[in-house]
Design a protein around this ligand. Structure first.
Ligand SMILES: [Zn+2]
Ligand SMILES: [Zn+2]
Length: 123
């Protein structure tokens, strides 16, 4: 994969942004640096970065979001303000994998769970 200006701009933005931005939000920011970029190009580059293992796509409530944090982790979503927090727990992943493998014939490679609740501000 070539590190084009567009891809570097997208990567730089995602490395400093932990809010799991949507294509729209990434486009709005990258556009300030690269005014001629289109949303379709941003989307295409995001897919290439995902395919190359540099970023991760997470589908939350049917919306594609992107992040540069590659270690497996869970997400906690505030149902009131929509904030998405990362939650790292290897124990939770190990437990989920073991449970599914004990109850099915499927070999599971990874598990990521989404939790819903209210954050400390909304509570
Ligand atoms: Zn909240
Ligand atoms: Zn995350």
């Amino acid at each position: 994969m070539k590190y084009t200006n567009q891809r570097v701009a997208i990567l730089d933005f995602l490395k400093d942004n932990f809010n799991h931005p949507t294509v729209e939000e990434i486009f709005e920011t990258v556009k300030q640096k690269l005014p001629r970029i289109t949303k379709a190009t941003v989307y295409k580059n995001l897919k290439i970065l995902v395919a190359n293992g540099l970023i991760k796509e997470v589908n939350i409530k049917g919306v594609s979001r992107f992040e540069a944090k590659m270690e497996p982790h869970h997400h906690i979503i505030c149902t009131s303000c929509g904030k998405i927090l990362d939650f790292k727990s290897k124990e939770l992943i190990d437990y989920a994998l073991k449970m599914i493998e004990n109850q099915t014939e499927i070999i599971i490679d990874s598990a990521e769970t989404t939790f819903f609740g209210r954050c400390e501000i909304c509570e």
